[in-house]
Design a protein around this ligand. Structure first.
Ligand code: 4AD
Ligand code: MG
Length: 427
């Protein structure tokens, strides 16, 4: 059995091959039928003619997405979609379909309800291949840099990113939450492993429907002892450069299929520009906005900024009030914290949130008190500041957002096979 991609070259001209897959398109004109067959690798035009005798009707009456195996001789044909054609001499039908429900002009809702079938589209196939490269490249980058892959729990008793977006569920007789971030658990592991990363789901009860929020998303997080905020950004920009270069190397065909402008991705080379939040606010008129110090940057603001950038942009030193309690205050700039968001270009906005963590006990307790957090719930997080505490930094990257940007999609739900949003929990 050959893969379709492997036979699409001149070496196979005149050879007889067997391929299997699904009917992608079928067009019959009486005594001759063109069937485009797809497998995971590509599509190829196959032709059946009445030379198949009595069996011709079986194959010429197939419908889209029926599964089959065909054997035939390969020839070059400029008119065929992928440049070659297979003249069918034998075939086996695995399943003859009823009418396939996905046709042109279906509504977004219909396609979302039928996601399990819509996934077979060529665009989605390419997006999923790119996604696969992104996940592997993220892990490879950190393995290559001496990090260990670890796992934290998904059912937790503490909030990392504030109570507003916590999903609560019953756990025997207790209430538990679905994790918003594995950060605190990664922090516990740097005291033995020093450099760790994880790829895990995170959950956010985001009530608003936006183009960049999922209720369940894939979170790639890293944490390292001894690194400061700037050091962490140095790691992250190389990581993003590596992931994008891997996609360019491995998924050129897929990027073309989804009409991605490859030249825009080729520009993604470290270092990335860095700007302090306060300088960005001062420049906000240049981006057509009138922001005040203390305003948060949401999707719209980030869009207005990032349509002006060709590379991702680090925004550092947010005011303390805009971020969660664990960020380290900047001793040189009172009221500011040593944190960073990485905003993706072409208007995409935030893909990473990270920074340096408070590592001294009294400072942490003070910030927790200010945030109104009960010490007893966070006893284990506080303990890390009691026994051999060290400076450390980390980050969280939304992998679905990264895929969304790399593929230049309109909506994050097209970057993940089964999106979970405030209004969607099936299929
Ligand atoms: O900025 P966030 O909330 O930061 C944290 O969770 C830190 N504890 C991470 C860390 O330092 N280890 O989330 C990190 C990233 C965001 O930049 C974004 O890419 C993604 O997670 N993200 C979401 N992606 C999809 N849907 C959502 N609802 C998301 N919320 C955050
Ligand atoms: Mg954030």
């Amino acid at each position: 059995m050959e893969s379709i991609e492997s036979i699409l070259n001149d070496d196979f001209i005149g050879k007889t091959v067997t391929i299997h897959g699904w009917v992608y398109r079928i067009r019959s004109s009486g005594r001759i039928t063109f069937i485009i067959i797809r497998d995971s690798t590509d599509i190829v035009q196959c032709v059946a003619s009445s030379s198949l005798g009595e069996r011709y009707n079986d194959i010429s009456s197939l419908t889209v997405e029926s599964s089959l195996e065909v054997t035939g001789q390969v020839s070059k044909d400029e008119r065929a979609v992928t440049g070659y054609e297979i003249k069918i001499s034998d075939f086996k039908i695995y399943q003859r379909n009823e009418f396939f429900p996905i046709t042109k002009d279906k509504s977004d809702e219909f396609l979302l309800d039928n996601r399990h079938l819509w996934l077979r589209s060529r665009e989605f196939t390419s997006i999923l291949k790119i996604r696969s490269t992104v996940f592997k490249a993220f892990a490879d980058f950190f393995y290559n840099n001496g990090y260990y892959q670890v796992q934290g729990p998904m059912m937790v008793s503490t909030a990392t990113e504030g109570g507003a977006t916590l999903f609560k569920l019953k756990f025997f007789d207790d209430d538990v939450y679905l994790t918003q971030s594995s950060q605190f658990y990664l922090e516990t592991m740097i005291f033995s492993l020093e450099k760790v990363f994880t790829i895990a789901p995170s959950f956010r009860a985001e009530k608003s429907r936006t183009r960049r929020h999922l209720s369940e998303y894939w979170h790639a997080e890293g944490e390292a002892a001894w690194l400061h905020n700037d050091d962490m950004m140095n790691v992250e920009e190389k990581m993003i450069e590596y992931i994008v270069s891997e996609v360019l190397n491995k998924n050129e065909k897929d990027l073309k299929l989804i009409n991605r402008d490859i030249s825009k991705l080729e520009r993604i080379k470290a270092p990335f520009p860095r700007i302090k939040y306060r300088d960005l606010i001062n420049k906000s008129r240049e981006f057509g906005m009138n922001l005040k110090y203390g305003d948060d940057l949401g999707a719209d603001e980030e869009y207005n900024i990032m349509i002006h950038y060709e590379k991702p942009l680090f925004v550092t030193n947010y005011p303390e009030e805009l971020k969660t309690f664990y960020h380290l205050p900047d001793p040189e700039n009172p009221g500011e914290i040593l944190c960073h968001d990485l905003l993706a270009p072409e208007g995409y906005g935030e893909i990473i949130g990270g920074g340096e963590r408070i590592w001294r006990l009294d400072e942490l307790l003070e910030r927790m008190k200010k945030a109104g957090l009960p010490e007893e719930d966070y006893y284990w997080y506080i303990d890390l500041r009691r026994y051999g505490s060290v400076p450390h930094s980390g980050f969280g990257l939304g992998l679905d957002r990264l895929v969304n940007w790399i593929c230049n999609l309109n909506n994050i739900r097209d970057a993940i096979p089964y999106p979970r949003t405030v209004r969607r929990i099936k299929p």
